[in-house]
Design a protein around this ligand. Structure first.
Ligand code: SF4
Length: 170
């Protein structure tokens, strides 16, 4: 979690059991790129950002440009067509910056392993700061995964209440 740790070191300081925002990076800004797959993970991310979940209250926001982003949020298996788009987004982001993979496809290719059109997941290709597995992970599981970066859980109901799996990080 080296890169993402640099983001947090630049943006936050720890106070007691909570991480308090300092400086401009509050909320932590996420830029989403869907690189392939079936689109299901992207739909769950759209649901997460649609307002039913307190994403901003948890300390995160979505932006429309990589130039304004702290973290690249990737869903889907990486198609060869999208590889240069993903690289361009990464290069456009200011430093420090990090990578979060949402869903099995983004992590290891899932149902879309490497072939002549697809490069599979990003595991062992790039440094991933946080992995949120699932096919797809629910919006709440994504939010819990994001909150794990802060060492906390989202307020209110959690996916554990529904017997769902938990998020993991690298
Ligand atoms: S992980 Fe599952 S839901 Fe997400 S893009 Fe891949 S096949 Fe679709």
């Amino acid at each position: 979690m080296g890169l993402i740790r640099a983001v947090f070191d630049a943006a936050f300081r720890q106070g007691g059991t909570r991480l308090k925002p300092v400086g401009p990076r509050w909320p932590l800004l996420l830029f989403h790129v869907d690189t392939g797959g079936c689109g299901g993970c992207g739909m769950e991310l759209e649901a997460l950002g649609a307002g039913a979940y307190d994403v901003q209250g948890a300390g995160f926001g979505f932006v429309q440009s990589p130039r304004a982003a702290d973290v690249l949020l990737i869903t889907g298996s990486l198609t060869r067509t999208m590889a240069p788009v993903l690289e361009a987004a990464w290069q456009a982001m200011p430093t420090p910056k990090g990578v979060i993979c949402v869903g099995n496809c983004a992590i290891d290719g899932g149902f879309f392993p490497e072939n002549y059109t697809t490069m599979g997941g990003l595991d062992r290709k790039v440094r991933i700061d946080l992995r949120i597995p699932g096919c797809p992970p629910t919006p709440l599981q994504v939010l819990e995964g994001l909150c794990s970066l802060f060492g906390k859980r989202p307020e209110g109901e959690t996916s554990a209440d529904h017997g769902a799996g938990s998020s993991t990080s690298s």
